[in-house]
Design a protein around this ligand. Structure first.
Ligand code: MG
Length: 381
């Protein structure tokens, strides 16, 4: 069966962490957008309209160089608006099948397309869907209700329709309505949508950790990298000190531009070092007044977000605090727990240790405290 396709790639990817919007990120060396468009082209699409953010129309040419029969058009403010613009750009006949696909589902295959086109013969639309396997709960913080999952499905894309069916359905869809898929638009107009077997591989890349999984599925090579960080701050008058994100009562404090948490600073540098992203001073210049007295939590979280932005994960971290006083041991578990929380890591992947230097050197004389840290991360090669 002849078919055309509209690939929607105009979203802002707000849940996917820092970095370029999803369609433009690399998956095993190719932009995510290219995976879908190539697959639909291989499956026999006569025409593929790629709907991108208006400022990205030129980028599409680079991302899709060498792929047959596609055309980029500027999308709208909402997904529905983008789909409408994509449909308007098609030159297909009204009776022809059209597949609407989210660019963030890169693993679509010719087999998926054929299954949908076959099901479309006897329905007004056909969608891949997976039965819900997990128990469903409704509530906020506390469970209010267990929701029966019988007959519930997770809808994926591509979704197949006849062009005229979809145009007519969108024509009567309320302007202020925000459908989350196209089948909902056809359903509302009274159309019959066939459910076909979905595929876990049609997952939508949404959260930072999805990209690490996708990279493995894409056969992308991943490498393990290690970074090292050191920091020291001078003791001065005070009543408490911040170390590894925990405030400890003490007869002195560490002097520094931010909260002087040498543990967090060393660890932040270790993570930045593992991904070759410079050091903490480059990202948060001490000359910038906005970091005066700042909680160092944000430095660490920023470094961790740079790891996820490149499709990486932090494997483990290990911090050593070097001082004669205060005693670290009583606070070690709280420090581990805080670092684990900030990095969203299991506790056993976070280590905090302490040592003295037996009275030798600046730490031994009580002039200052030093922290050293190691971080191991895994990223796409
Ligand atoms: Mg420091």
């Amino acid at each position: 069966m002849n078919f055309s396709a509209v690939v929607v790639a105009a979203g802002s990817s707000t849940r996917a962490g820092p970095g370029a919007p999803k369609p433009w990120r690399s998956l095993n060396g190719r932009p995510i957008l290219r995976w879908s468009v190539e697959a639909l082209s291989r499956a026999g699409a006569g025409e593929i309209i790629v709907v991108v953010a208006p400022e990205r129309v030129a980028d599409a040419g680079e991302a899709l160089a060498g792929v047959a029969s596609w055309k980029a058009v500027a999308g709208g403010a909402t997904r529905a608006e983008s789909v409408r613009k994509g449909l308007a750009a098609l030159s297909a006949d009204d009776g022809e099948a059209v597949l609407i696909h989210d660019a963030a589902r890169p693993f679509v295959t010719s087999a998926h397309v054929q299954t949908l086109l076959t099901a479309l013969v006897k329905a007004d639309g056909a969608i891949p869907a997976l039965p819900v396997a997990d128990t469903l709960k409704r509530g906020v913080g506390i469970v209010a209700k267990t929701v029966p999952r019988d007959g519930l499905w997770r809808a994926q894309t591509p979704q197949a329709f006849r062009l005229r069916t979809l145009l007519d359905a969108y024509a009567v869809w309320p302007v202020d309505g925000e459908p989350t898929d196209d089948a909902a638009v056809v359903e509302r107009a009274g159309g019959k949508i066939a459910l076909v077997a979905g595929d876990p591989l049609l997952m939508k890349l949404t959260y930072p950790e999805d990209f690490a999984m996708a990279e493995r599925l894409a056969g992308g090579q991943r490498i393990v990298r290690t970074g090292f960080g050191v920091d020291a701050h001078r003791w001065g008058p005070g009543e408490a000190v911040w170390l590894c994100g925990v405030e400890i009562g003490h007869d002195q404090t560490l002097i520094g531009h931010s909260d002087a948490d040498a543990g967090l600073h060393a660890l932040t540098d270790a993570i930045l070092g593992a991904i070759g992203e410079g050091d903490i001073g480059e990202h948060f210049p001490p000359s910038d007044p906005q970091w005066r007295g700042a909680s160092s939590d944000r430095f660490l979280v920023h470094a961790a977000s740079l790891v996820t932005a490149r499709g990486g994960v932090i494997l483990n971290v290990d911090v050593t605090l070097i001082c004669e006083r205060p005693r670290i041991r009583p606070h070690r578990d709280a420090m581990r727990a805080r670092l684990a929380e900030l990095l969203t890591l299991p506790l056993d992947r976070v280590s905090v240790k302490a040592t003295t230097t037996e009275g030798m050197g600046f730490t031994g004389r009580g002039e200052g405290l030093m922290a050293q840290a190691v971080a191991t991360v895994e990223t796409p090669a």
